[in-house]
Ligand binder design. Structure first.
Ligand code: ATP
Ligand code: MG
Length: 722
């Protein structure tokens, strides 16, 4: 009970307490800080529900300069809750919210953590629901906290005070521009594209590895360009500085560089009495170095993580940060473990444990729960992705009828585009959803390109579509595109204007190919027209985008969707008038709206839902065929599936479409292959799952066209203006 004694100690710090800014808090907090939790008259003990291990973690050390603390525990064991409780405890004992830094992997996660801590404070202080919880101004992601700190300290550290932050797309464009300026776009052998250059840059910065090492280990096909890349990054850095621009990597780099100054590092370390970090297994070396400089003796530092859930190695996250955390301090940080899982039913945990039992390394952690309330999780064999989409929609609605709100259900997938077919199905059935993570299918540039091409062929006077399409052709720029579009607009017959168009010599071949493709697309019946469109567009992809292979997968899917529409006009209308994002993420749903959650597994970290459906648990998707190169990558894929499965509380379904629409098939080949269930579904895992093989629904006969006797509608509509 040493932990509780700490709470009993009077520690009124009126000056700090006033910083809450809420008079009610100030008065009550002073009273609270003097009163032991058990005898506090104002409210209930907010920590009563914690188990013994969690309490030990919450009350580890005094509130003033506590020694470093590491909590390593499995999924759903209350790590985040414990961190929130620790925040509440520190505040109750007088810690200043302004001096508490709370780092999480997303803004959403940081807000959730604050809310949890706020609820406990409310409970402890007996405050009404209308009373807002105390603000923790320094809660956020590493990047957002970095931005604020840099803004405060810009002048002394030589950073322009008006700096702006560039997002990934802006950074990529700037890097592309510098790449052109340096003449690297015109090299005889193909120089890496701007997206690859940014990925290399980012890896070197975040992993704190020399460029040569990064190239050798991660990008061997670019290793020959080391001197040019180095020069490019030098010029890129100079350009960013000239434009007062910081990219994401710069935020961490500048923060770290700022801490190289001993006096400043000391001042900042003293300013933040407590630094608490969630999901520490997914921090990278740069982030670990920042924490180390901020809190060299570890006092006030508390981190929580689960090595079995480390899923960001591909972005230079370093699980060794977690495993080596304790030993970087003298004396080493206390290591506490939480054993019991509170999230999932015992049946679900058995399947999760079986999955991780196959992993060759890692801290052995067997999740257990005394909840015997759940049915066995299921794996469902489905004919193809269309049936998968229908199945999920049916299940979701059934569960809602049985009392589980849509919001308490989530569909998880490896990659953003895996949900495309489902999104269309949800729209068709009017099931609202919000999608997290990944590009929204129709927002992806390459999907827009292809739709623009179809639109332009349908209507060559459609200027926006034409402007986009023309610039996809090799050699045609904005000026050339504008000239042709002006000519088309002025011509009685657009086809003649296109025929007469004389592009500059450099664009001649590009234009010839595009022009021929437009003719072929216009002449082909549906859905062969989309094949013609793809026959032209696919070869342009590698020139246009760095990650051409991943994008090609979306195109195959688009082709697949196209085949389900009667004609080009229907297809385009369907996607344009009712695009997936129109009913979801664009307008954030109201608080009381009910909506299904769609999320990439990466974005589902730390969350939980009553029912979880995991799409495409087949080889090629989980593990992704892009990440099955090395055993380290494969193990990360296994942990991804583990993260997905451990999100479920009562109900878990792993969906296995069998006739799987696979990418990169030749135009004339079979567009489907028989997908193999994921290699992670070993006999030991399958033994923990119920197998479900749904009966395919009887297909209704297609409706026959009705004879129409009205005739002449077009003429009648014109006549109404006579
Ligand atoms: P993850 O590894 O997925 O991030 P986690 O370890 O952070 O999970 P939490 O999200 O904090 O786990 O908790 C999982 C669930 O268990 C939450 O619903 C939480 O409220 C509940 N929980 C945690 N501890 C307790 C407890 N002592 N009593 C009751 N419920 C608890
Ligand atoms: Mg958590």
């Amino acid at each position: 009970m040493g932990a509780q004694q700490a709470l009993c100690k009077p520690q009124p710090r009126a000056a700090q307490l006033r910083l809450y800014g809420h008079p009610a808090y100030t008065v009550r907090m002073v009273a609270a800080a003097f009163a032991p939790v058990r005898r506090r008259p104002a409210g209930a003990d907010p920590f009563a529900a914690l188990n013994e291990e969690q309490r030990t973690a919450v009350f580890h050390g005094p509130a003033e300069a506590p020694p470093p603390l590491l909590i390593v525990a499995g999924a759903g064991s209350g790590k985040t809750l414990t961190l929130a409780a620790r925040v509440a405890r520190l505040l109750l004992e007088g810690a200043d919210p302004q001096r508490l830094m709370l780092l999480s992997f997303s803004r959403r996660a940081a807000q959730a953590l604050q809310q949890r801590a706020g609820r406990m404070l409310h409970q402890a202080l007996g405050l009404g629901a209308a009373q807002p919880p105390p603000e923790l101004p320094w809660a956020g992601t590493f990047h957002s906290v970095a931005a604020r700190l840099l803004r405060e300290h810009a002048a002394p550290i030589g950073l322009a005070e008006d700096f702006v932050i560039a997002d990934r797309a802006d950074s990529e464009d700037l890097l592309g521009w510098v790449r052109d300026e340096q003449g690297l776009a015109r090299t005889r052998r193909r120089f890496p594209l701007k997206g690859s250059c940014l990925a290399i840059h980012s890896r070197a910065v975040n992993a704190r590895e020399p460029l040569a090492q990064v190239l050798h280990a991660q990008f061997p096909w670019c290793a020959q360009w080391e001197p040019e890349l180095r020069a490019l990054f030098r010029a890129y850095t100079a350009e960013k500085q000239r434009q007062h621009l910081l990219d994401y990597d710069d935020l961490l780099l500048w923060w770290q560089a700022m801490l190289d100054d001993d006096a400043l590092a000391h001042a900042l370390g003293a300013r933040f009495a407590h630094v608490l970090v969630d999901e520490y297994q997914d921090t990278n070396r740069l982030q670990a170095a920042i924490l180390q400089r901020l809190k060299p003796d570890g006092r006030g530092l508390a981190v929580v993580g689960d090595d079995a859930q480390s899923i960001y190695a591909f972005r230079a996250a370093e699980v060794r940060n977690l495993l080596g955390f304790a030993q970087q301090f003298e004396p080493p940080a206390a290591l506490l473990r939480l054993q019991r899982n509170y999230r999932s039913s015992d049946a679900i945990l058995r399947a999760c444990n079986a999955l991780m039992a196959d992993a060759p390394e890692g801290i052995a952690k067997t999740l257990w729960s005394d909840r015997r309330d759940g049915a066995l999780p299921q794996w469902v064999a489905l004919a193809d992705e269309a049936e998968q989409a229908g199945w999920v929609a049916d299940q979701v609605l059934q569960q809602r009828e049985a009392g589980t709100l849509l919001r308490r259900q989530a569909v998880l997938f490896r990659t953003g585009h895996h949900s495309a077919a489902l999104e269309l199905e949800l729209l068709r059935r009017d099931i609202p959803y919000v999608k997290y993570g990944g590009l929204k299918f129709l927002e992806a540039a390459h999907v827009k390109d292809l739709l623009a091409l179809l639109r332009w062929v349908q209507n060559p006077r459609a200027r926006l579509a034409g402007f986009r399409v023309l610039q996809l052709a090799d050699g045609i720029g904005a000026a050339g595109a504008r000239r042709l579009l002006d000519a088309i607009a002025a011509a009685a017959d657009p086809a003649q204007a296109m025929q007469a168009y004389a592009p500059p010599r450099a664009a001649a071949a590009g234009w010839r190919a595009l022009h021929a493709a437009c003719g072929a697309i216009a002449a082909a019946p549906w859905p062969q027209a989309i094949e013609q469109a793809l026959a032209w567009y696919r070869p342009q992809l590698p020139r246009l985008y760095a990650d051409a292979a991943a994008r090609a997968a979306d195109l195959d899917l688009l082709e697949h969707l196209a085949a389900r529409h009667r004609c080009r006009e229907d297809f385009l209308a369907d996607l344009t008038l009712d695009p997936p994002e129109a009913s979801s993420d664009v307008v954030p749903p109201q608080r009381d709206d009910d909506y299904l959650i769609l999320s990439t597994i990466h974005s589902a970290k730390g969350q939980e839902w009553a029912a979880v459906y995991v799409l495409n648990v087949v080889d090629g998707c989980i593990p992704s065929d892009m990440a099955a190169g090395s055993s380290a990558e494969l193990e990360e894929e296994r942990r991804l599936l583990y993260v997905a499965m451990t999100r479920a509380q009562h109900r878990l379904q792993l969906l296995v479409p069998q006739r799987f629409h696979v990418t990169q098939q030749r135009a004339l080949g079979d567009r489907h292959v028989w997908g193999a269930p994921s290699r992670f579904l070993t006999p030991a895992v399958l033994a923990c799952l119920d197998a479900v093989v749904p009966q395919p629904p009887a297909r209704a006969a297609p409706p026959q066209p009705q004879p129409f006797a009205g005739g002449g509608i077009a003429a009648r509509l014109r006549a109404q203006w006579d």
